[in-house]
Ligand binder design. Structure first.
Ligand SMILES: NC(=O)C1=CN([C@@H]2O[C@H](COP(=O)(O)OP(=O)(O)OC[C@H]3O[C@@H](n4cnc5c(N)ncnc54)[C@H](O)[C@@H]3O)[C@@H](O)[C@H]2O)C=CC1
Ligand SMILES: O=C(CO)COP(=O)(O)O
Length: 349
């Protein structure tokens, strides 16, 4: 059994700690809040983020980062993407040996356009990381903590490391697949949050299932278009970290991104929405990053652009929908192709 430190004691870090503890691993959960750590250690609950859930007693919590980094040979990062770089810098300062680095966060960093695995590689030198692995897929913390059936993907450029992580997490309720397409897995998991905000927004505007299906389908097309330009395997976008996560985030009552979009569609400002949610809504920052990245890569992403205008340029949501619907006519499948390349055969992990 492994000794694993989980960095980030919000809903997802806590839920993944339950999976790891159920599998017999020695889990230490690090977070910034002393109150939350005390509650986890004494009552075995994390009421703010997973109300009503009793955690396995073997999970212990700390706010001492030095102790957390010294605990095990595997570090699982689950802080919001906005906090990732700062946490990594601190961890790197305390790390004196190579460890397995896993992350389960979803987002792209604005201005640098980096995926989380790339931020890890920038902040932690190669001699201190055995491998970098991402865990991603359709998985709301609320359901994982109830041990409801869930499937996710473990992805790394290092196949053995992806399989090692698969074995760490896999159990009767939590099924893990592997996929060598790190770029595709991270792009799919991050950009679906943009589309989920859009799906929530259309519901907030009073539109029905036709609009939601349109957004999900054409949203996946533009995610795949950008992903392929960055070297991803197009088939990844039909998998758990692509279509699977898009479905769960655009249709679940648990989705923070969907709920945020719904409130914006009903006329609330972004600041009001974020105050009311009290939880991370990754899709907002990722909309900015994806909009910038699409510009750099010269990839057409009309839904992302429409949402960028709503979120950052005060465009009324109904005007963004009217603009999307009023664009010039298109062919549906051809615009997924990229010039002379053959997306189904050109992928190399
Ligand atoms: N909640 C879910 O079901 C899932 C979440 N994720 C991803 O996991 C990541 C974390 O999300 P959640 O746990 O849901 O967020 P959350 O909103 O439930 O909790 C965020 C946690 O991060 C902490 N935090 C915020 N800033 C920090 C900083 N600067 N340093 C250290 N800790 C900080 C907060 O105190 C809190 O404990 C996100 O990227 C999210 O997209 C991925 C899959 C499922
Ligand atoms: O990534 C998620 C589910 O797989 C979580 O989505 P939300 O952040 O929208 O709740």
């Amino acid at each position: 059994m492994a000794s694993i430190t989980v960095l980030g004691s919000g809903s997802w870090g806590t839920a993944l700690s339950i999976v790891l503890a159920d599998n017999g691993h020695d889990v230490l959960l690090w977070g910034r809040s002393k109150k939350a750590a005390d509650e986890i250690n004494s009552s075995h609950t994390n009421e703010k983020y997973l109300p009503g859930i009793t955690l396995p007693e073997s999970i212990t919590a700390t706010i001492d980062l030095e102790k957390a980094v010294g605990h095990g040979d595997t570090l699982l990062f689950v802080v919001p993407t906005k906090a990732m770089r700062a946490v990594l810098k601190e961890v790197n300062g305390l790390l004196d040996r190579p460890v397995m680095m896993i992350h389960a966060s979803k987002g792209i960093e604005p201005d640098t356009y980096l995926r989380v695995s790339q931020i890890i590689e920038e902040e932690v030198p190669a001699e201190k990381r055995r491998a970098v692995v991402v865990l991603s897929g359709p998985s709301h913390a609320e359901e994982v903590s109830l041990r409801q059936p869930t499937t996710v993907t473990s992805s790394s450029l290092n196949t053995e490391a992806a399989e090692e992580v698969q074995d760490l997490f896999m159990n009767q309720h939590f099924r893990v697949y592997t996929n060598p397409d790190l770029t595709g897995v991270e792009i799919g998991g991050s950009l679906k949050n943009i589309i989920a905000i859009g799906a929530g927004m259309t519901s907030g505007l009073g539109y029905g299932d036709n609009a939601k299906a349109a957004l999900m389908t054409r949203g996946l097309a533009e995610i795949a278009r950008l992903g392929m330009k960055l070297g991803a395997n197009p088939l990844t976008f039909a998998g758990l970290s692509g279509l699977g996560d898009l479905i769960v985030t655009c249709t679940s009552v648990h989705s923070r991104n969907w709920r945020a979009g719904n409130m914006i569609g009903k006329g609330q400002s972004i600041d009001e929405v974020l105050n009311e949610m009290g939880m991370v809504v990754e899709g907002i920052r990722t909309t900015k990053a994806a909009y910038q990245l699409a510009g750099r890569e010269e990839v057409d992403m009309p839904i992302t652009k429409g949402l960028y205008d709503v979120l950052f340029n005060d465009k009324p949501p109904h005007e963004a929908v009217e603009e999307l619907m009023g664009r010039v006519r298109k062919r549906e499948v051809e615009d997924l192709k990229l010039g002379e390349s053959d997306p189904l055969n050109d992928f190399e992990p």
